[in-house]
Design a protein. Sequence first.
Length: 207
Amino acid sequence: MSLKIDLHVHTCYSRDSSITLKQVVSFAKKRGLDGVAITDHNTVKGALKMKTRDIIIIPGIEISTLNGHLLGLNLTTSIPAKLGIEETIQLIHDAGGIAVAPHPTAFYKSPPSRKVSSYDAVEVMNASSVPFSILTHYSRKFAESLGLPQTGGSDSHYAPEIGAAYTMVKSGAAVDEIVSTIKKGNVSPMGRGIPWKIRFERIMARF
C-alpha cells in the first residue's frame, strides 16, 4: 500500500499558524492525502486534540533546539526546547519517535545543524521554502551525503497550503508502521512549492 502523507503541518496550536483542526481534515481530503503529521512548534497539544477517522494522524512536534529546528514524529509527549540537537534527538528516540531534519538548506528557517549525522531522515522537499527547486536540490545532496531517507512536507501555516509537498510511504495505515517505514527509507518526497497566489492570500488573511 502506498500512502500520501504531508509530514509537516502546523495548526493553530502554533502561534504563527491559522489552521484549525477541522481545516486539517477538510483540506487533507481535498488534496487527496491519506494522512498528515501534526508538527506544531514546541507542543503536541494540537496532535493530541485531533480526533478523526477520516485521515491518518501522525502526532509530532517541531522543536526549537539550540542548533536549529527539528521534527519529531510519532510523539505524544512534548520534548523540551532549547536543548542541544543531539540531546534532543536522543530524547525523541527515547520516546519512541524518529528525528527528521526539516528545511536543512533554508537559512532563514532556523535549519538544523548539518554537522549532525544521527537524524533518521531529512526533509528534502519543504513547500514553503524559497527558492523551492534550488533548496530542494541542495537538501537532497545533504540527505544523500548522510545516506538518509528523504521526506517531503508542506510546512503549512495556512490551510490551502496543506499537501503542496508530501511523502509517498509504502506502508500499512498504522502509525508505528508508517514511522518505521520512513526510517527504513521506503519513501519518496513529492510535490511543489506553495504557489505565490496562496502565499499572497495568507499574507492578506492576517489583515
